[in-house]
Design a binder for this molecule. Structure first.
Ligand SMILES: Nc1ncnc2c1ncn2[C@@H]1O[C@H](COP(=O)(O)OP(=O)(O)OP(=O)(O)O)[C@@H](O)[C@H]1O
Ligand SMILES: [Mg+2]
Length: 253
């Protein structure tokens, strides 16, 4: 496999339910993600965005198809190997942050690294470097209840990045944030993508968030309907995404 290819999906089908009450949510998806891509997936509610992300992040299994992650077909590996893949190759950012309330921000950020057996010194150095980039340096000793939503989500992004994963999956990362905090988070994600530190796949309803990606894919009726590419200007890209949403009509969430 081309070593620039982080993800390769071929003919991915996902059914829910049993025969008689079976719904096909994903109807044969093909998708490639190259190293250092920043892709946003948009689509109507119920179109299968989270289902696709859950399959890619090894939380759910496809009904049919091939899902290669960094050269390994994750539909064919044991549960034990899957947890290693999750630990080493994937970073997650969830809509509701998922920080542990009883740990400081610094311990939350460093957690995946310390679970991997890294030294205390490495945990401190890497969490401080990321916190600096994400504007959190003065907040490392605080507990989640002492932080704003935006600070918590930027902390969650640092936690996703600390092990240098192959890819970051983010499901509606700005869904719980106000517009200013969303912008701060997106600027940080764009920065780590621009400087070659992260390949990102983000699901979002929001055209503003999507305009920070390099490419937007529209998922609808179980298939990827189209792809929009940014070019140079984020504002022009935002207008392009809004036009596309308008052309899809009320179907679009
Ligand atoms: N575990 C499950 N069992 C049965 N049906 C499911 C399951 N998970 C999801 N579905 C169905 O699959 C479809 C796609 O769901 P999914 O959560 O992927 O949509 P989505 O695009 O993420 O929507 P939203 O924008 O609202 O988050 C929905 O119709 C949903 O009801
Ligand atoms: Mg969803």
């Amino acid at each position: 496999m081309n070593e620039q290819k982080v993800v390769e999906i071929k003919n991915l089908v996902k059914n829910y339910g049993t025969s008689g009450f079976c719904t096909t949510v994903l109807k044969g998806i093909d998708l490639e993600i190259q190293r250092n891509d920043f892709i946003a997936i948009m689509g109507p509610s119920g179109s299968g965005k989270t289902t696709l992300l859950n399959i890619l992040s090894t939380i759910d299994k496809p009904t049919q198809g091939r899902v290669m992650l960094d050269g390994v077909d994750i539909t064919k590996v044991s549960n034990r190997d899957l947890s290693k893949i999750r630990r080493d190759k994937i970073g997650f950012i969830f809509q509701d942050y998922n920080l542990l309330d009883t740990m400081t921000l610094q311990d939350n950020i460093a957690l995946p690294l310390s679970l991997n057996g890294a030294s205390g010194r490495e945990c401190i150095q890497k969490s401080e470097a990321l916190a600096q980039m994400f504007g959190l340096k003065g907040h490392l000793r605080k507990f989640p209840y002492q932080l704003s939503g935006g600070q918590k989500q930027r902390g969650a992004a640092c936690r996703a990045l600390i092990t240098n994963p192959e890819i970051i999956f983010a499901d509606e990362p700005t869904g719980a944030l106000d517009s200013r905090s969303s912008k701060e988070l997106l600027e940080c994600l764009k920065m780590v993508n621009d400087n070659g530190q992260a390949t990102i796949l983000m699901v979002t309803h929001d055209a503003f968030s999507a305009s920070y990606a390099k490419d937007v894919y529209i998922l609808s009726d179980g298939q990827i309907q189209c792809r929009l590419s940014k070019g140079k200007d984020r504002r022009e890209f935002y207008d392009k995404i809004i036009d596309m949403q308008a052309s899809m009509g009320g179907d679009f969430a």
